[in-house]
Ligand binder design. Structure first.
Ligand code: HEM
Length: 183
């Protein structure tokens, strides 16, 4: 996992829960990096799991809710750093259906060593997409948050449903329906 995901995560924790909580979860987690991250470095995903589960215990919020909240936050980070990529898209469906064959391909060039999910489009028409998320990291709530933010970015609304195809969240079906009338 890229360092930017760690540095921004710790930034969100600091903004939301304060610096003491950041220090506490770093101290409590078993971190090879000792909690020192550079945005271009690559670190073990286990460190993120450890930080999130210690945060979950400390603030009494379920892990998946924290992952979702972080996805909402991370969208602004992506927008700030990579608006040139996002600006190529005119609709949320164009953007979401291009993650696999354009966006994350560019990401791989910009962030060597990035660990990215796979999205397989099953069905697509004007106001509906069915896709499957595949990733050993099981960050489907992160994906859901980024999808919601993508709609918000284009001033559109959608209903996003999902179904775990594997219990560990490594394979998840998403059904996304755009609500009409809103622009
Ligand atoms: C300009 C747009 C985007 C950029 C620049 C971008 C970039 C990135 C980066 C840097 C990572 C971290 C990789 C790592 O830690 O090794 C990542 C992960 C991820 N991205 Fe994107 N992304 C974009 C849009 C999206 C969108 C719209 C989605 C919506 C579903 C998405 C879904 C994900 C997910 C779920 C992960 C976590 C990795 C995993 O699940 O295995 N991305 N992305």
């Amino acid at each position: 996992m890229k360092g930017i995901v760690f540095t921004e995560f710790l930034e969100m924790v600091e903004e939301t829960f304060g610096l003491e909580t950041v220090d506490y979860i770093i101290y409590k987690s078993d971190l090879k990096s000792k909690g020192v991250y550079t945005s271009v470095g690559t670190y073990d995903f286990f460190e993120m799991l450890s930080l999130i589960s210690n945060l979950s215990e400390k603030v009494n919020i379920p892990v998946n809710d924290l992952i979702y909240a972080y996805g909402l936050y991370f969208f602004s980070v992506l927008h700030k750093n990579h608006s040139n990529i996002m600006d190529l898209y005119e609709t949320p469906f164009d953007m979401i259906s291009s993650i696999e064959n354009h966006i994350h391909i560019e990401v791989r060039k910009l962030y060597p060593g990035a660990e990215l999910p796979t999205f397989k489009i099953i069905k697509k028409d004007d106001d509906f997409i069915e896709l499957i998320y595949y990733s050993d990291r099981g960050l489907y709530m992160f994906a859901k948050a980024l999808m919601e933010k993508t709609f918000e970015h284009f001033n559109k609304q959608a209903n996003i449903e999902f179904e775990l195809l594997k219990d560990n969240g490594s394979e998840v079906r998403f059904l996304i329906t755009q609500k009409n009338g809103e622009s």
